[in-house]
Ligand binder design. Structure first.
Ligand SMILES: C[S@@+](CC[C@H](N)C(=O)[O-])C[C@H]1O[C@@H](n2cnc3c(N)ncnc32)[C@H](O)[C@@H]1O
Length: 275
């Protein structure tokens, strides 16, 4: 995404092993229901930015919705294609997968709903990245279309974790080779850029060599900042909630779930300062 090598790696590494990604998040379902329900309610076609392995896209297509899914990572798109290959032909025909960067995408087509499920926008690290992404959203929304996405709620406690501490998180079998690995995580928060860097490491059982590791870089969006970014980029927030079932956004929230629409042009009086 960004030219910064750490952030570039932190956007890609976690998604190279797409089978492992699916296995890790196999139990994550409430977001699928949220996006699929919204797609059904709104009718029309959906554009999914950061479609990944097709977790959400295929569920929407199963409910009769046509979906165009775009992703940066070939590994994730291949996995999404595998998922589609196993789906009934009618479902398969409703999904189009494209490789692309959501900050630059222009399809010359508009959608009733644009979605970016499961922290996709947390890979937008700079104001420019965010502006480009929201400009893509506006270029693809129909007049009464909606944008829906979720990002994590920053946790002051989690961001303050000791960067030298390694969290030992048990062991499990990895999809790629069926071997058992001890799994560790380490967190470093770059406060100036508001980016949480998560290093994940796997040590194969009975193996003394260097651990295999992977980096995930997540831009943190504080709630008022997120609303301001959407507002100043021409979007009106309709819902800003603390979960996928309409929970109030508060100290307990793990995610921020947002539904927004493009602001009508030329509406609203200028403020006193702007006159
Ligand atoms: C956490 S995954 C979410 C995937 C899917 N939406 C889901 O709910 O499972 C984030 C996805 O965003 C993609 N991504 C990150 N930056 C992107 C960009 N600039 N353009 C397109 N896709 C991007 C990643 O490759 C990854 O597949």
């Amino acid at each position: 995404m960004s030219e910064d090598p750490t952030l570039r790696e932190g956007t890609r590494a976690h998604y190279r092993d797409a089978a492992q990604y699916d296995r890790t998040y196999a139990r994550r379902r409430e977001d699928i229901d949220f996006y699929a329900r919204l797609a059904e309610e709104r009718g029309g076609c959906v554009l999914e930015l950061g479609v990944g392995s097709g977790r959400v896209a295929v569920a929407m297509a199963e409910r009769g919705v046509e979906v165009v899914g775009v992703d940066l990572m070939p590994s994730m798109l291949e996995r999404a294609q595998l998922r589609l290959d196993k789906a009934p032909p009618a479902v398969r025909d409703r999904v189009t997968l494209l490789r692309g960067d959501l900050r630059k995408l222009r399809l010359d087509r508009r959608f009733s709903l644009v979605v970016a499920p499961f922290n996709v926008f947390m890979h937008l690290y700079t104001r420019k990245d965010i502006e480009r992404a929201l400009s893509t959203v506006k270029a693809h929304l129909r007049p009464r279309g909606r944008l829906a996405f979720d990002v994590l709620m920053p946790s002051p406690h989690d961001l303050a974790r000791d960067p030298n501490h390694v969290y030992k998180l048990g062991s499990y079998t990895r999809a790629k080779d069926g071997r058992r690995y001890r799994y560790r995580e380490n967190f470093r928060y770059d406060a100036a850029r508001q980016v949480q860097l998560v290093t994940m490491a796997w040590v194969a059982d009975g193996h003394d060599g260097a651990p295999e590791s992977s980096l995930l870089a997540h831009r943190q969006f504080f709630p008022a900042e997120l609303e301001a970014l959407l507002h100043y980029n021409g979007l009106r927030v309709e819902r800003h909630e603390g979960g996928f079932e309409g929970e109030t956004l508060d100290d307990e929230s793990e995610s921020q779930v947002v539904v927004a629409k493009a602001r009508a042009r030329g509406r609203g009086k200028p403020t006193r300062d702007a006159r």
